[in-house]
Design a protein around this ligand. Structure first.
Ligand SMILES: *[C@@H]1O[C@H](CO)[C@@H](O)[C@H](O)[C@H]1NC(C)=O
Ligand SMILES: *[C@@H]1O[C@H](CO)[C@@H](O)[C@H](O)[C@H]1NC(C)=O
Ligand SMILES: *[C@@H]1O[C@H](CO)[C@@H](O)[C@H](O)[C@H]1NC(C)=O
Ligand SMILES: *[C@@H]1O[C@H](CO)[C@@H](O)[C@H](O)[C@H]1NC(C)=O
Ligand SMILES: *[C@@H]1O[C@H](CO)[C@@H](O)[C@H](O)[C@H]1NC(C)=O
Ligand SMILES: *[C@@H]1O[C@H](CO)[C@@H](O)[C@H](O)[C@H]1NC(C)=O
Ligand SMILES: *[C@@H]1O[C@H](CO)[C@@H](O)[C@H](O)[C@H]1NC(C)=O
Ligand SMILES: *[C@@H]1O[C@H](CO)[C@@H](O)[C@H](O)[C@H]1NC(C)=O
Ligand SMILES: *[C@@H]1O[C@H](CO)[C@@H](O)[C@H](O)[C@H]1NC(C)=O
Ligand SMILES: *[C@@H]1O[C@H](CO)[C@@H](O)[C@H](O)[C@H]1NC(C)=O
Ligand SMILES: *[C@@H]1O[C@H](CO)[C@@H](O)[C@H](O)[C@H]1NC(C)=O
Length: 749
């Protein structure tokens, strides 16, 4: 086993991208702080930072003439230093959903009395799960990416996954071995499902084939993303050849050793059981070289770190130890042959998700195939809830990153495990000598931004962050620029910090979804995976809501502050999502006692309530179904058939997830427009069924098939924007109305 020093040398070598120019940072300032282009000076200075090799260090100070001088030993150090100045001193930041607020910085930048210094405690800060590319970014434009990349740079991320557009390279590789377009089409999945195709869970596309124009457009997007990552000091993690191939590869490579991967999540054979070219087959290395050389020709020499997952929720063909070692040994050799500097990055999810298969013995054999530890980086994907690094003795010496999943399927719910991501992340760094980074591996980047920034900030502190201080400072920056800062804003976040955002109940491990998003049944309350059960007293969120609401009555400018608009809708959403549970239980109980008039009343109440939640969500574009659908359709460039296909993909992912609801409601969303057109009609069907069926005759199959008929029809509809009512976007008015109709929900007597 190599020591940490030689390990870091290798990592450093891998990251020493030629671009040490600070131009990217000046461009960032120009984009986001156009009034301050001459006020920031960036200098890369390796000699004055003499800490441990491989760690990033910065120092920010004020020059006598008022300029802000940012010095550091890497581009990422500089952008992190810039961020510290902007948030802590100028009180502005860039956010998900609401975008950049950096242009709100004071016209005369505040002077620093003494320099701010920072040192990272880990060499790598990673961001993105493979599936985030489908759940969140499937239809992102370059503008969305630009915002994301500036966010990443400023938050010190230096190792982002760069997974857009790889189908172009893959198709070229497949064509080269003689596969036809029709054969390749049986393999590629739809625009909203590419992540699972890329690691062999699914193949093919339901509702139509993946259009060639999509492949080309995504490739063009990747060509913009990569240079931007590099100029902002990030090492992109690139795709590689995994071994998953179209079924008819046996036609063109008749002697190739190809096995059918396992069937995933109940998908029919046509869409699952992907063909896997065994890495010890000579063709594997050939295809790997072809893939990587084509990729290098397209993008340049931008990175040597490759993401490659073969058994993500797929069982290996054999559990034999020699076989497992053989797979990794030959996969590793194929990478090194294609790129002598290659480092293989792998998501460690399999060791948790299929822990019965992945015994310590098998994991050790599997990892031992990569004979040089420094040629691998493992993401301990779900460290906050199901860490695997302990049982694998820190992955038997392979460098690994402590990562937070936090969210499944882009589900929406206020949630966090604050103590865990500060205390346990710190503890892991101290205990494990092969821990080389922290990262966010959320399935969907759907909210709770403060929880992600906390972990990224933890990467610059040797002790667990003081989260009370962190939340306080975050609030100051979040709502800055609206005059006074009522104490109530701080109160709202503080009351949630130690409760909603600090779950320590190990039976709930990720974002909590609401019972109304799940196909109606007698069992909409769940605990455990994608729990609907809360880990805190729901009155806490009501209290936070009252504080936020009160803040705007003290400082009415808040109503026009985009961060406030977003957050008050988000917290209202949570108050109402939580209040759905008693409504649902009331409905079941009325039905169970065969009291038809109370059943009718409870049913109407539940529907009205969801309608009001829909109205609240529609006030903010970030909480609208139409945003998702329009972003999908926009990629069709006016081609109607293609727009319909894209819309089908967008609708299917968040509802049925599969041609026939294979993992229905997994990626459900609390969005305006989705509640009114999808969830409410489902609840109506269910309530109607209850009205006509006494408890003794309840038939699950019957209910499900009635709901499924509706759900299937919904998949192929075309979104039509409803006529906006005069007050649809008047948040204050909408909230007042909803609050006065549901006084007890909002804590008023
Ligand atoms: C480096 O540090 C030395 C000693 O503190 C100082 O004199 C010099 O100005 C620094 N150089 C830069 C480029 O900051
Ligand atoms: C302010 O001072 C800095 C550092 O000495 C220098 O680089 C910069 O050019 C000066 N700016 C102006 C506007 O004079
Ligand atoms: C796959 O190959 C078989 C012949 O081996 C051929 O009949 C079939 O049409 C091919 N499939 C596709 C989708 O082209
Ligand atoms: C599909 O996968 C399942 C589960 O691993 C397996 O039992 C079955 O044999 C596979 N079928 C084919 C045709 O590969
Ligand atoms: C690519 O980068 C590596 C290290 O970063 C370097 O050794 C190699 O020479 C570069 N290759 C080309 C073709 O520029
Ligand atoms: C391991 O791979 C080699 C080729 O590299 C192959 O000949 C051998 O059969 C494989 N062994 C096992 C156990 O699969
Ligand atoms: C962090 O999560 C782990 C795994 O669920 C658990 O054992 C531990 O108690 C948690 N720690 C805290 C401080 O919540
Ligand atoms: C997390 O930290 C808590 C508190 O220090 C500790 O009790 C627990 O064992 C840790 N869990 C893991 C999985 O590291
Ligand atoms: C954890 O949360 C679940 C769901 O709310 C609850 O049933 C359980 O009692 C809680 N466990 C503890 C130890 O609080
Ligand atoms: C209906 O009532 C019976 C008897 O009290 C109870 O066992 C059952 O769990 C109830 N079912 C529902 C759906 O509330
Ligand atoms: C339940 O409904 C299904 C579908 O309507 C029907 O085929 C089945 O016979 C019903 N089961 C019972 C026990 O009535």
């Amino acid at each position: 086993m190599l020591g940490l020093n030689s390990l870091l040398c290798l990592l450093l070598f891998a990251t020493s991208t030629p671009a040490q120019s600070t131009d990217g940072l000046y461009s960032l300032v120009k984009r986001r702080l156009p009034n301050h282009v001459d006020d920031f000076h960036f200098t890369i200075d390796k000699s004055n930072f003499t800490g441990t090799e491989g760690y990033d260090q910065f120092m920010v100070s004020s020059a006598p003439n008022g300029s802000v001088l940012v010095k550091g030993n890497s581009i990422s150090a500089l952008s992190s230093g810039l961020h510290r100045y902007l948030t802590d001193i100028a009180h502005v930041d860039i956010y998900w959903f609401i975008g950049s607020r950096l242009d709100q910085a004071p016209s005369k930048l505040p002077r620093l009395a003494k320099p701010i210094q920072g040192s990272s405690t880990v060499p790598w800060r990673y961001h993105l799960n493979t599936v985030t590319f489908s759940y969140t970014m499937a239809f992102w434009t370059w503008e969305d990416w630009e915002n994301q990349l500036d966010w990443l740079a400023l938050h010190g991320v230096n190792l982002p996954l760069a997974w857009v557009g790889q189908e172009k390279i893959l198709v070229d590789v497949f064509q080269e071995i003689g596969l036809t377009d029709a054969e390749i089409a049986t393999f590629l999945s739809g625009p909203a499902f590419q992540a699972w195709n890329r690691f062999g869970n699914i193949q093919g596309s339901w509702g139509g084939d993946l259009p060639r124009s999509w492949i080309d457009q995504q490739f063009a997007l990747q060509k913009k993303i990569l240079p931007r990552m590099v100029e902002l000091g990030m090492t992109p993690v690139l795709p590689s050849f995994t071994g998953f191939v179209p079924m008819n590869t046996t036609r063109v490579l008749p002697d190739a050793q190809i096995v059918r991967g396992s069937q995933w999540a109940g998908f029919p054979l046509q869409y699952s059981n992907d063909s896997f070219l065994e890495p010890f087959d000579d063709n594997f290395a050939k295809l790997q070289s072809s893939f990587i050389s084509k990729q290098r020709a397209a993008y340049g020499n931008v990175s040597h770190i490759y993401t490659l997952d073969q058994y993500n929720e797929n069982s290996p063909y054999s559990g034999d130890l020699d076989y497992l070692r053989n797979v990794t040994l030959n996969t590793w050799k194929s990478l090194k042959q294609a790129d002598p500097d290659a480092i293989w990055m792998m998501q460690g999810w399999l060791f948790y998700a299929q822990s019965a298969f992945w015994t310590e013995e098998r994991i050790e054999a599997f990892l031992s195939g990569v004979e040089d530890n420094n040629d691998m980086l493992i993401l301990d994907l779900f460290s906050e809830s199901a860490p695997q690094w302990r049982r694998t003795k820190s992955y038997y010496g392979k460098p690994w990153l402590w990562c937070q999943v936090h969210d499944y399927g882009g589900n929406m719910g206020l949630y966090g495990q604050l103590s865990n991501i500060t205390v346990n992340a710190t503890q892991a760094r101290i205990e494990s000598s092969s821990l080389v980074g922290y990262g966010s591996t959320m399935e969907g980047q759907e909210g709770n931004e403060i929880i992600y920034t906390t972990l990224l900030s933890q990467a610059w502190s040797t002790t667990p962050l003081d989260t009370e201080q962190y939340f306080h400072d975050w609030v100051t920056t979040r709502y800055s620029g609206c005059g006074s800062m009522p104490r109530e804003l701080y109160d709202a976040w503080e009351v949630m910090r130690t409760t909603v955002f600090d779950n320590t109940n190990t039976s709930v491990t990720s974002v909590i979804k609401s019972a109304f998003e799940i196909r109606p049944s007698l069992e909409n309350i769940r605990v455990g995976f994608q729990s609907t059960e809360l880990t805190y007293d729901p009155s806490i969120v009501v209290q936070a809501w009252q504080s936020l609401y009160q803040a705007a009555s003290l400082e009415p400018k808040l109503w026009t502050n985009p961060a406030y608009q977003h957050d008050v809708v988000d917290v209202t959403r949570q108050v109402m999502a939580n209040a759905f549970i008693p409504l649902y239980l009331g409905l079941l109980s009325a039905w169970n006692t065969s009291d038809s008039s109370s059943l009718s009343k409870e049913g109407d109440k539940l529907i009205d309530f969801l309608g009001d939640l829909d109205t609240v969500l529609l006030t903010n574009s970030n909480f609208r179904l139409s945003k998702w659908i329009k972003s999908a359709r926009a990629w069709a460039d006016g081609d109607n058939a293609q727009a319909s296909f894209l819309e089908y993909n967008a609708r299917n992912q968040i509802t049925l997830w599969g041609p026939n609801g294979e993992i229905a409601d997994y990626a459900s969303k609390q969005w305006g427009g989705l509640i009114s057109t999808f969830y409410i009609p489902r609840w109506r069907i269910f309530i109607q069924y209850l009205k006509s069926t006494p408890p003794a005759s309840y038939n699950t199959t019957d209910v499900t098939s009635r709901l499924m008929d509706f759900e299937q029809k919904w998949q192929t509809e075309t979104w039509t924007e409803p006529e906006p009512s005069a007050d649809a976007e008047n948040l204050e008015k909408v909230l007042n109305g909803v609050r006065s109709r549901w006084t007890t929900v909002f804590g008023e007597r």
